[in-house]
Ligand binder design. Sequence first.
Ligand code: CDP
Ligand code: CDP
Length: 226
Amino acid sequence: GMKKIIIAIDGPAGSGKSTTARLVAQKLGYIYIDTGAMYRALTLKVIELGINPNDESLITKIAENTKIELLYENGNLKVILDGKDVSEKIRSPEVTSLVSIVSAHPKLRDIMVKKQRELGRNGGVVMDGRDIGTVVFPDADLKIFMTADVRERAKRRQKELKAQGFDVEIEKLIKEIEERDKFDSTREIGPLKKADDAIEIDTTNLTIDEQVEIVLKKAYELINQN
Ligand code: CDP
Ligand code: CDP
């Protein structure tokens, strides 16, 4: 039969990982795991409980007792936190501003990485995040590292926020994205980093269709080889 591979997609904020991962998974009939959504859901819980985002031991304890489910409805991701649909809430500017701090705690990452390995253990999966090709699945069949100019990424984010009813200046978004990328890249455990064997795709001047095609072509090469 056809080989069911693991595809890891990493890269900085707004480079096009989730969009690409979702469409590639759809085409291949694979499951798509948005690990950023998992960290965002936990961050939302931390905010709602009024917990200090720096309190690693409390956050770890909370994470052990939290149920995060990723469901698909008509190709759209639904994120269920302890039984409640939080798909929209996890994209709020407040969650975005705290998610990197919460995600940096090593003991919390241990728990999340375990969950992610469990979700992908049967293959046939596209997983996106920051440490998928380096930590979660270092033996992934296909590793992609997506990048794009920070201004282009900020423009994309601005458009998304506009659709959510938030008007944010481009310079402010550039600064926020640069700060988050820096924080994610310099943490001790599971930093944002290109795996040595990852294929880098700069999406600055690509359309969504083009970036999906590049990944699909590589995937089919691996799936069809025996
Ligand atoms: O979609 P966006 O690029 O804004 O970010 P995301 O993929 O939803 O991830 C949000 C944050 O979660 C990142 O900035 C990281 O701090 C954290 N994250 C992580 O630490 N490890 C992952 N595998 C995925 C996300
Ligand atoms: O997951 P990540 O933060 O890397 O990026 P994303 O959420 O997939 O993409 C951010 C935004 O850029 C989405 O609104 C996409 O529709 C848009 N976009 C893209 O992904 N690729 C392009 N070539 C152009 C726009």
